[in-house]
Design a protein around this ligand. Structure first.
Ligand code: SF4
Length: 87
């Protein structure tokens, strides 16, 4: 089973754009939730960092921890999501 996983991971690694392979390997190796989240979001967004930054899937469980995003306050987030005027 582990050998099959390793084969699939190796094949998948070859399909990933080179700059993201190291992070993917770290993620599938285990031990880093941060790397796993980053790799998952990158796969979800077809390896486009801008797509993660502008992700509109606000109900996704990873939304609030997705990479490449400058963390904003909850008030800023609410204004963005609901287009609320400045208070
Ligand atoms: S937060 Fe966005 S980019 Fe990340 S997994 Fe969810 S939907 Fe995909």
């Amino acid at each position: 089973m582990e050998n099959l996983r390793e084969k699939k991971i190796s094949k998948r690694t070859g399909e990933i754009p080179e700059p993201y392979r190291k992070g993917y390997k770290k993620a599938v190796k285990g031990g880093s939730k941060r790397a796993a989240i980053k790799a998952f979001c990158l796969e979800c967004s077809m390896w486009q960092e801008d797509e993660i930054t502008g992700c509109k899937a606000v109900t996704c469980p990873l939304y609030s921890v997705r990479p490449f995003v400058k963390r904003r306050s909850l008030a800023e987030l609410a204004r963005t999501l609901f287009r609320m005027p400045e208070i």
